[in-house]
Design a protein around this ligand. Sequence first.
Ligand SMILES: Nc1ncnc2c1ncn2[C@@H]1O[C@H](COP(=O)(O)OP(=O)(O)OP(=O)(O)O)[C@@H](O)[C@H]1O
Ligand SMILES: [Mg+2]
Length: 237
Amino acid sequence: MLAIVQPPPLPDRPPLLAVRSLGKSVPGPRRLFRGLDLDVAAGELVAIIGESGVGKSTLLNILAGLDDADEGSVAIDGVVLGRLDETARTRLRRERIGFVFQAFHILPYLTLAQNVALPLALISPDADAAAGRAQAMLDAVGLGGRGNDYARDLSGGELQRVAIARALVHRPALILADEPTGNLDPETAERVLALFAAAVRENGAAGVMVTHSAASASIADRVLTLGSDGLIDRNGG
Ligand SMILES: Nc1ncnc2c1ncn2[C@@H]1O[C@H](COP(=O)(O)OP(=O)(O)OP(=O)(O)O)[C@@H](O)[C@H]1O
Ligand SMILES: [Mg+2]
């Protein structure tokens, strides 16, 4: 594994993602985690591992403002999600966050090109630019010749790659990915992981990736384990 030396975050700039004392319970009543802290700098990719059911997907949903924590705060580039109304939150999510969902959420009755262009279409009136960028993203995930196919006809691994292309198309500041290589063969997985790493490091985004795969974790700058007391860095870093 390559040791990648990251420059320390600039002292006068908050980390791109700053999570403080986050706590979440689910009906039951059952507490998933409490006291969860996480800083992710611009250009840094963090992997999160943990047992099934521990709350990894729930945590990503909270980071994206799709679910609410019971306590604590999430700030993206200094903007605290809990202080935004629903409209402002939706806007921040559209413009600044890219999310690869565990269940993809690709729209079956749109073509691949339309699915991938969607985030750009929502924030910019330039349809040609959106289509061009969507094509470049489909090329990058190896589906360049399939833009006019309908998503309903795709295999699981193909859908996953469309989801990745869609999450990165608008160059988001915060990239959240839930098991992004779970359905991919090792070669394709390696290719999309490289794309993730490039999106984070070249665009200065903050990346948080949930994964069970050692190959995926190995490209991350840090690997954290989620448990009931929050995130633990087993390397002590
Ligand atoms: N709205 C909800 N109501 C009740 N229980 C919920 C709700 N949301 C999540 N849970 C429960 O919280 C736990 C954590 O779910 P989550 O999907 O975050 O786990 P995970 O760590 O992503 O698991 P996996 O690795 O299997 O994807 C699960 O037991 C789930 O059933
Ligand atoms: Mg999950």
